[in-house]
Design a protein around this ligand. Structure first.
Ligand code: FAD
Ligand code: UDP
Length: 372
């Protein structure tokens, strides 16, 4: 008898498997319908021996000491600060928009104080910031919004930023200085030997059995377990009974080129050209040295594997119905980006999993106390 059947071997499932096995002595069966562990953070060496991220670029960053310390038990790190350029009007300029972005785009020589004045003259103040359009237009005005955000967002999400929650474009700040890092978190680093190795270490405990190529529905009726931890899409779990929750998908086009370097930055965003949103060159992320280089294009689409929950009011309402059902489903715990329908980064999913672990331990202490 397994104590837990964990559905999905991404960060949510693997962290819980590790904690429950190593700290609480539980017997765990973790399954994934894919043929590998790691969920969307999975990486692999391609046929040329270059480490690539199968499901697009994954850069680890967090302000949480607890999350960083926790993961450090399972990997060494390579310090890495991510940088992105946007292709706008024939130039590759820093995004997040900063002092250099504006000076290069408009041929100016502003200082930080003057840039603040510039933004003040072009910004369109709003009483209430509700949408992804409001966030940007209220800070940097309509022209920059249209150059950097409007078309990228329409491509990525299939809807206009005015129909998306403010939280989406609010992920990308605006800066008055020359800091061109994509993130400013306290901890920014890549797993030294890659994500898949990190996951192998998470799942190495003898109490953890891993079953790949296995949808939980195939084994649920035949394998005895006490409780389930579910990290797949929540609407699918409940057979879409309230309707489909939209998840945005991507098609990844991987290429290896016969040259050591392809582009001048780790990621180049294409807000206004091409059907893809961005190109990532992996060697910048991994630090690998190789005579060839591997890149990936991201083509957004509606159909396909669920990658992004779509933050907008009607989806939040629909999710609430599923959440109510989840809350009244005994002995199944929903956790992770798909099961809680949250546009979470890896560190947020790890924090959510560590919190659930604490709750499960407390629940058990209570149950034991009640029995005695
Ligand atoms: P997942 O990794 O999706 O794992 C869920 C697993 O459950 C999947 O492997 C799936 O196959 C399995 N599953 C689902 N249903 C079933 C079933 N019925 N039976 C068996 N198995 C099932 N985060 C960052 O912090 N930094 C980044 O740079 C970053 N970049 C990203 C880029 C892209 C293109 C995407 C899509 C995401 C990115 N993320 C990034 C977010 C990150 O991928 C997620 O936060 C994290 O992987 C979520 O982990 P999870 O365990 O919740 O879900
Ligand atoms: N975004 C944009 N232009 C850019 C970069 C981002 O419009 O050059 C918007 C877009 O809506 C995107 C969101 O900001 O989906 C969040 O960007 P992020 O880079 O965090 O996306 P992710 O890495 O999660 O795909």
């Amino acid at each position: 008898m397994f104590d837990y059947l964990i559905v999905g071997a991404g960060f949510a499932g693997s962290v819980l498997a590790e904690r429950l096995a190593s700290q609480a002595g539980k017997r765990i069966l973790i399954c994934d319908r894919r043929n590998h562990i790691g969920g969307n953070a999975y990486d692999q060496y391609n046929e040329d021996g270059i480490l690539i991220h199968k499901y697009g670029p994954h850069i680890f960053h967090t302000n949480s000491h607890e999350v960083f310390e926790y993961l450090s038990n399972f990997t060494q790190w390579r310090p890495y600060e991510h940088r992105v350029r946007a292709s706008v009007e024939g130039q590759l300029v820093p995004i997040p928009i900063n002092l250099d972005t504006i000076n290069r785009l408009y041929g100016l020589n502003l200082n930080a104080f003057e840039l603040k004045q510039f933004f003040d003259t072009v910004a369109e103040p709003k009483d209430y910031i509700r949408t992804s359009e409001d966030v940007v237009v209220s800070k940097v005005g309509r022209e920059l919004y249209e150059k950097f955000f409007r078309n990228y967002t329409r491509k990525q999400w299939g809807i206009d930023p005015s129909e998306l929650d403010k939280s989406v474009t609010a992920r990308v700040p605006t800066r008055l200085n020359r800091d061109d890092r994509y993130f400013t978190d306290t901890y920014q680093a890549m797993p030294l030997h890659g994500y898949t190795r990190l996951f192998e270490n998470l799942l190495a405990h003898p109490n953890i059995k891993v079953m790949l190529n296995t949808d939980y529905r195939e084994i649920q009726p035949i394998i005895p377990y006490r409780e389930m931890i579910y990290t797949g899409p929540i609407d699918e779990f409940f057979d879409y009974q309230f309707g489909i929750l939209p998840y945005r998908s991507l098609r990844f086009k991987h290429e290896t080129l016969n040259c050591p370097v392809y582009q001048s930055a780790p990621v180049v965003n294409y807000p206004n050209e091409h059907p893809y949103t961005r190109i990532t060159e992996f060697k910048y992320l991994t630090g690998q040295e190789h005579s060839k280089t591997s890149i990936v294009y991201e083509f957004p689409r509606a159909e396909g594997d669920p990658y992004y929950p779509v933050p907008r009011p009607e989806n939040t309402e629909l999710y609430k119905k599923y959440k109510a059902l989840a809350d009244s489903t005994p002995d199944v715990h929903f956790v992770g980006r798909l099961a809680t329908y949250k546009y979470y980064n890896m560190d947020q999913v790890i924090a959510q999993a560590l919190t659930l672990y604490q709750q499960l331990v407390q629940k058990q202490v209570l149950e034991v106390a009640i029995r005695h």
